[in-house]
Design a protein around this ligand. Structure first.
Ligand code: ADP
Ligand code: MG
Ligand code: MG
Length: 302
């Protein structure tokens, strides 16, 4: 169990003083699905990027906290009392990721000659290593890697301690792809080369399935998808929640995906603040009445 908590979050463009977020309050727990909706330019993507630690934005006020419970990382890691709450704004993006925050990539350039499989395994191992570093700091250097002279199975190649080897990763990948009902050939393809928009979105969900984040922030993962692909991606998102308890912050301009990924909570962002929150019925009302209705309701003028 983990809880991501944004409170009174203010952010502006780092190079300049244009204010974008003006006091965002939001809490997302593992296992919950939140939809963050709102008109273009209201600050949705900025919220996502600030959570992830994007350097283009400067936080001028407020907090982004991540609260962890005991069982967060299974048996690998024991969480001390003073490691239960993390101030994400003090951490680098890769450290935030290691603690369980996932921001769907938007979208990395094609990388020559790297297969999806290698990319995903590298990402997983980077996360594991970073996590060990974060949680070992307190204890000092006393448990430097011991070399006991035994490699794991020679088939697995020289995986470092704690690292997921090639054979083990193949199993994880296969399991996740089955869970997501994805074609195995996908993983053999080169990163992004010739992936359609829909395939890229599915890769994003696959990446989240492999990294098993506590909270995944998915920014407009529904944009440009035809209905079949939208359903596939939606099933994948539901599986993240159902199979691994990932909390989802689903950013979307349109109500459509919410027919397939039913949110527990719906928030409407206007001018850098959450202007209204409610249940799934709020999304339906937006579909009927548009965002001007919220503006009128909140400010008394459209
Ligand atoms: P949304 O995702 O809701 O459409 P964004 O968070 O992308 O909105 O943008 C909110 C506002 O902040 C917009 O007016 C946008 O032009 C501005 N903005 C966002 N990022 C930058 C940036 N890096 N530089 C300048 N303006 C930005
Ligand atoms: Mg500035
Ligand atoms: Mg956006």
């Amino acid at each position: 169990m983990a809880r991501l908590e944004l409170s009174n979050l203010h952010a502006e463009v780092a190079e300049g003083d244009e204010k974008i977020l003006e006091g965002v309050d939001l809490e997302v727990e593992s296992g919950e699905i939140h939809a963050l909706m709102g008109p273009n330019g209201s600050g949705k993507s900025t919220t996502a990027k600030v959570i992830a630690g994007h350097p283009a934005y400067e936080v001028t006020e407020g907090e982004v906290l991540l609260h962890l419970e005991d069982e967060e990382f299974g048996e690998d890691i024991e969480i001390d009392e003073d490691q239960r709450t993390w101030n994400l704004l003090d951490l680098e993006p890769n450290e935030r990721a290691a603690l369980g925050i996932f921001l769907g990539f938007q979208y990395p350039a094609e990388i020559e000659g790297v297969t999806m499989t290698n990319f995903l395994r590298t990402a997983l191992n980077a996360k594991i290593e970073e996590r060990e570093e974060l949680f070992e700091e307190e204890e000092g250097e006393d448990d430097e890697e011991e070399d006991d002279g035994f490699e794991s199975s020679p088939m697995e190649g020289p995986a470092d301690e704690g690292e997921v080897g090639v054979a083990e990763f193949q199993q994880i990948l296969q399991e996740k792809m089955e869970q997501l009902d994805m074609d195995e050939k996908f993983a053999q393809r080169y990163l992004n080369a010739g992936f359609s928009g829909g395939e890229k979105k599915q890769n994003e969900v696959l990446q989240a399935a492999i990294l098993e984040p506590s909270v995944a922030v998915l920014d407009e993962i529904d944009s440009g998808l035809d209905i079949d692909r939208l359903q596939d991606v939606s099933e994948g998102i539901n599986a993240l929640r159902d199979e691994q308890g990932t909390g989802i912050l689903q950013i979307t301009h349109y109500q459509r995906i919410l027919d397939y990924v039913e949110p527990d909570h719906v928030h409407v962002m206007l001018d850098g603040q959450i202007a209204k929150s409610g249940g799934p019925e709020l999304a339906e009302k937006l579909e009927d009445k548009g965002y001007d209705w919220v503006r009128e309701d909140v400010y008394g003028t459209a």
